[in-house]
Ligand binder design. Structure first.
Ligand SMILES: [Zn+2]
Length: 237
């Protein structure tokens, strides 16, 4: 048994999902694992900025150095399983943020339910792992945040980019930046990018055909084309 467990903890990465989640969940304590992965320094800078600006309290832990397992595409096998196990030493309810349409092996409603059962069984302590956002898209999460009259400036302090050179400016040339841009532009929020995400070659060469052909969930395609329409990008076939 783990002594002094708290009721809940939010795995906080200072991203565009976990920061609104902190508000949505009523400002629970945050927990960040610096895994020694390639963009940890930018995430830590964003956490520090959000702590100053919004008052979020985040425990920074370096007890889990998984960076050595990071693949070329930045995927760390079983990442969320590792995070959930150590978070469950601290709290019964572990909030780990996934959003509508997420379906990686260790990030889905079913995966999190399995993790909660697994940890509860082997720790002999009640444990739940869940996200509050399974029925909300990123665009809807931002819309919720803005509807609470929470500051746009704080939202822009979040970091959600997979660049690995240490810069804290969003590159505009990675899938994370494209999703960030889509959800912000659909809510009328202008954000800084080193290069505009909609001008990325992959948009024309991959995303537009893939979205048209139904290789993404309908809501993703809908929001993607809505974002492109707002800047009048040439998406005609
Ligand atoms: Zn990026």
């Amino acid at each position: 048994m783990t002594e002094n467990r708290i009721p809940e903890v939010l795995l906080f990465s200072a991203g565009l999902d976990s920061y609104p989640a902190w508000h949505y969940l009523g400002r629970p304590p945050g927990l960040y694992f610096d895994l020694g992965h390639r963009y940890a320094s930018q995430e830590r800078a964003a956490i520090a900025a959000l702590s100053d600006a919004a008052g979020i309290e985040v425990e920074i832990s370096d007890e889990l150095r998984l960076g050595a397992w990071e693949a070329g595409d930045a995927i760390i096998p079983l990442r969320n399983v590792h995070l959930a196990m150590l978070a469950a030493n601290r709290a019964e309810m572990v909030w780990c943020i996934g959003v509508k349409g997420d379906h990686t092996l260790d990030k889905s409603r079913e995966a999190f339910a399995d993790m909660g059962r697994f940890i509860a069984r082997f720790s002999q302590q009640p444990t739940r792992v869940d996200s509050p956002f399974w029925d909300m898209t990123k665009t809807e999460i931002i819309a919720w945040y803005l509807a609470q009259n929470l500051p746009v400036e704080h939202l822009l302090l979040t970091f959600s980019c997979s660049r690995t050179d240490g810069s804290t400016v969003h590159c505009g040339r990675c899938p994370s930046c494209l999703r960030r841009w889509t959800s912000l532009v659909n809510n009328g929020v202008e954000a800084e990018f080193e290069q505009q995400p909609w001008t990325w070659d992959r948009v024309q060469e991959f995303y537009i055909p893939a979205m048209r052909e139904g290789r993404y969930p309908d809501h993703r395609a809908h929001e993607f084309f809505a974002a492109l329409a707002t800047i009048g990008a040439a998406v005609a076939s």
